[in-house]
Ligand binder design. Structure first.
Ligand code: FMN
Length: 346
């Protein structure tokens, strides 16, 4: 095992150094649930928690950052959404509170936003959904990248994690790259490290952490679900754009298809114009994640989940989830020495 530990240490050394964490495992920000409890639990457990700012106003963000700082002395990051109307103020809040890592998500951040975030002294992490965007972000001075494949929960791009990893990891060596999307076990984490990743980011796997405030109904839906239940949102007409989101199929996803068909029919009948129909389609999901994850309405809310949901089998303490990932990676490495079987059955 000592050899395996040393090898793992070499593989994720850059990621650990960058994050300042024991493990180069980021807990991806998840709106509503990546708040003080889960974030502190991940960071205290040796990973790197990331607070989800979502649509929080600056005052609330400051409160959440302070509360998290009170619960952990370990590093954690803050995820800001680039289209937030108060983005600059939110960045300043992070600066005032000495947040060490700012994740700019939800669209390509401007070079000015990256500069402002870096000027606070924080390390800036951005999502690169394609090689050309990775290059652009590097030119803007980003400190690390997350490449997230379509297997992930929440808002998704079209390309698989395995393909993004092959396209980007061998080429981008300037900054640490973290891989996300569909990672549920340590063997997968290890395989991306061996391809050149500095670490990984997981979201779905942490939803059923004991410390996660997700409603018990939301957690039960995850525990029952298989990979194939986590599907991207359906767009029925090329004219009416739907932002792709991966979530568990439920009553709301079925109603959404019918709702779009109704909007298309109304436009054709001249009852409403295209702009109005598009707006109504976009508003369909407003407040839907909160309805499911906080209120527990798992039939009418959005059950954002990645395909790794099939590997979520029970509620577990965060430390146990992290330890499992590390143990699986170590066992896989150790197996190459021929001493133990590759598969850790947990
Ligand atoms: C319920 C849920 C909510 C999410 N909310 C956000 C968010 O607000 N901002 C963000 O950048 N990513 C969000 N994500 C994506 C995660 O941060 C993470 O990148 C993703 O879950 C990794 O893929 P995985 O789900 O396959 O582990 C969300 C994911 C889930 C499952």
């Amino acid at each position: 095992m000592d050899k395996a530990r040393a090898r793992l240490e070499r593989l994720w050394h850059r990621g650990r150094e960058f994050l300042g964490a024991e493990y180069a495992v980021m807990g991806g920000a998840m709106s509503w649930i990546s708040e003080r409890h889960l974030v502190a639990a991940i960071s205290n457990g040796g990973g790197f928690g990331v607070l989800a700012c979502g649509s929080m106003p600056p005052g609330l963000l400051a409160e959440e950052v302070r509360a998290t700082q009170a619960m952990t002395s370990q590093p954690f990051g803050v995820n800001l959404i680039t289209m937030h109307p108060d983005l600059d103020t939110l960045i300043d809040v992070c600066g005032d509170l000495r947040v060490g890592h700012i994740v700019l998500a939800g669209g390509l951040p401007s070079a000015a936003a990256i500069r402002r975030a870096k000027a606070t002294g924080a390390k800036v992490i951005c999502f690169a959904p394609a090689m050309v965007l990775a290059r652009k972000l590097l030119r803007s001075g980003v400190d690390a990248l997350v490449i997230e494949g379509t297997e992930a929960g929440g808002h998704i791009g079209p390309v698989a994690t395995s393909v993004l990893a092959q396209e980007i990891l061998p080429v981008v060596r300037e900054v640490p790259v973290f891989v996300a999307g569909g990672i549920g076990r340590g063997e997968a984490l290890l395989s991306f490290l061996e391809m050149g990743a500095s670490g990984c980011q997981l979201g779905t796997r942490f939803v059923c952490a004991t410390e996660c405030i997700a409603h018990p109904n939301f957690k039960q839906a995850f525990i029952k679900a298989a990979a194939r239940d986590a599907v991207p949102s359906v767009q029925v007409d090329p004219q009416f754009q739907v932002i792709p989101v991966r979530a568990l199929a439920n009553n709301a996803t079925r109603r959404f298809t019918l709702f779009q068909l109704d909007m298309v029919a109304r436009v054709k009948a001249g009852e409403i114009d295209v702009k109005e129909a598009q707006l109504r389609i976009e508003h369909f999901w407003a407040g839907a994640l909160k309805r499911a994850v906080i209120d527990g309405d798992v039939e009418n809310g959005s059950l954002m989940a990645g395909q790794s949901v099939g590997m979520v089998t029970r509620e577990q303490p965060t430390t146990e989830i992290l330890q499992e990932l590390v143990d699986q990676a170590l066992a896989a490495l150790d197996a190459r020495e021929g001493s133990v079987p590759a598969l850790v059955r947990c």
